[in-house]
Design a protein around this ligand. Structure first.
Ligand code: NAD
Length: 503
């Protein structure tokens, strides 16, 4: 159990931290009982949690498999939707606690976790609650009936979208609860059972959610949680012979490993939401450059730059390039770094020491390779993993900071002249998650959004994210879609019945 104190020790939240199987908290069989969670704000130990091992995964799989055969399998789809809505109600009720946990564990400002992460999590549950009884199949007209001489004979073919079975959800640390909901809500709406592996760095909101899942009445074994190291628990899941699907969100490097073990074990289904290096393209005809600056600023610096969608390549047309750089610098100067639980804080620390050191290394590489440091560029303060919001101008396509995912508050601004040139340069990346174009010319906006190779392109905005909008990448940014009606196909299988009807 970890207890978090907040509001000057006037309030506290207690969170169980073991393995959650069959709606019970159990000790790990073969994991590591002593993993320290570090508070990124002050580098102190938040508490010790128990990590799971391979045998815990086996145990969770058995629970999830038997739940697939139990009352979950016969529950009316509408009732699955009602349970998801009850969970959404519970999250509304516990919104403050949940947002606080997320802010303390991840280091994200409470203004963001309360307003954004919790709102999205609740909305995702409600959206997919609505889908639970609307996942339908088709009837198919048949042309090749084997016997046309019998007039009363008909062949009826129909499809159903059936659950896949036991799904493992492997998650990153940047939006622990919200990204869990991207997968948990549709997986359950479609009738699957799940085993969740939160990031070992940020499991607390998932642990807290487990209690709410039990309280609202999900049958035992439908949702299980095994937190552990990726190389142990994550690997045991992707190579498991009795898991039917992996829903993975994380880095491209690990995503490829997960895909390989998923294929080489039992050819299980696998959907992957991976890294990005997203471009924003700003044409010199924009009407309100100040607004564009705000959009692109948040596009990169939101969540301290720890976003898969982070707009880390900003292409600005030559005529307005200098003006844009000047305005971004002014915007950065207004950014308030500090305690994530303080409502006035805009940016908290990076999530952990590894990320912190990796980002500072990228900043040094940027300087060494000849980009111009406009502002920031170093640690903020001397305690906690804080990094100053950093902007580089005169960045070229070959520089490391323009090619690799930094996953921190580091903006690269590049200059371009023509439409085709910027499309080709934006596409010269292994990634293809999202992108944006800013222009008042509708023709340009359509041409650029059609040709930029990414799963989603915003026009004159950034980061409009909604459960009804498909989410997922092209190229090394992943495969399959989270969110929206489109994701239902990654949580179900098509089952066809062909019926020979004769009198
Ligand atoms: P990561 O790949 O290091 O870890 C993600 C998860 O995989 C963690 O739970 C980790 O424990 C687990 N894992 C690690 N090694 C594993 C292995 N061998 N087998 C199975 N699982 C393993 O990523 P991260 O550092 O937690 O998150 C940051 C990355 O996630 C960034 O690249 C970011 O772009 C990406 N991301 C993508 C999206 C998206 O929607 N496309 C959203 C958020 C984050």
């Amino acid at each position: 159990m970890i207890t978090l104190n907040y509001d000057n020790n006037k309030k506290s939240i207690s969170i169980p931290t073991k393995i959650f199987i069959n709606n019970e908290w159990v000790d790990s069989i073969d994991g590591n009982e002593n993993f320290s969670l570090i508070n990124p704000t002050n580098e102190e130990c938040l508490g010790i949690i128990g990590l799971g091992g391979r045998k815990d995964v086996d145990r969770a799989v058995e629970a999830a498999r038997s739940a697939m055969r139990g009352k979950w399998s016969t529950m009316a789809p509408l009732d699955r939707g009602i349970l998801l809505n009850k969970l959404a109600d519970k999250l509304e009720e516990k919104r403050e606690e949940m947002a606080t946990i997320e802010s303390i564990n991840v280091g994200k400002p409470i203004g963001e976790s309360f307003v954004y992460d919790l709102k999205q999590s609740i909305t995702f549950l409600r959206y997919f609650a609505g889908w639970a009884d609307k996942i339908t199949g088709r009837t198919i007209p048949i042309s090749s009936s084997p016997d046309t001489s019998t007039p009363t004979r008909q062949v009826l073919a129909y499809t159903k979208q059936v659950p896949l079975g036991v799904c493992a959800l492997i998650l990153p640390w940047n939006f622990p609860l919200q990204l869990l909901m991207f997968k948990l809500a549709p997986a359950l709406a479609a009738g699957n059972t799940v085993i969740i592996k939160p990031s070992e760095f940020t499991p607390l909101s998932t642990f807290y959610l487990a209690q709410l899942i039990k309280e609202v009445g999900f049958p035992a074994g439908v949702v299980n949680i095994v937190c552990g190291l990726g190389s142990v628990v994550g690997d045991a899941m992707s190579s498991h012979m009795k898991i039917n699907k992996i829903g993975f969100t994380g880095s491209t490097k690990v995503g490829k490993m997960v895909q390989n073990s998923a294929t080489n074990s039992n050819l299980k289904h696998c959907s992957l939401e991976l890294g990005g290096k997203s471009p924003i393209i700003i044409f010199n005809d924009v009407e309100n450059l100040d607004l564009v600056v705000i959009h692109s600023f948040h596009g990169l610096f939101w969540n301290a730059g720890q976003c898969c969608s982070a707009a880390s390549r900003i292409y600005v047309q030559s005529e307005i390039y200098d003006q844009y750089v000047e305005k971004i610098k002014k915007q950065v100067e207004l950014r308030v770094l500090g305690d994530p639980l303080n409502k006035d804080t805009h940016q908290g620390p990076q999530v952990n020491k590894n990320q912190f050191e990796s980002i500072l290394r990228y900043i040094e590489i940027g300087k060494r390779e000849g980009a111009t440091l406009v502002c920031g560029g170093k640690r903020f303060g001397n305690k906690g993993y804080y990094i100053e919001p950093t902007v580089f101008s005169n960045v070229t396509d070959v520089m490391t900071i323009a090619r690799e995912e930094i996953f921190g508050p580091v903006m690269s601004i590049l200059k371009f002249d023509t439409v085709q040139e910027v499309i080709d340069r934006a596409n010269d990346s292994e990634f293809g998650l999202v992108g944006a174009v800013f222009t008042k010319d509708i023709n340009k906006s359509i041409i650029v959004s059609d040709q930029v190779q990414s799963g989603l392109v915003w026009v004159n905005s950034f980061n409009i994210i909604d459960p009804s909008i498909p989410w997922g990448g092209f190229k090394s940014s992943g495969k399959g879609r989270d969110a929206s009606e489109y994701c239902l196909s990654v949580w179900t299988e098509t089952k066809t019945t062909v019926l020979d009807v004769k009198l």
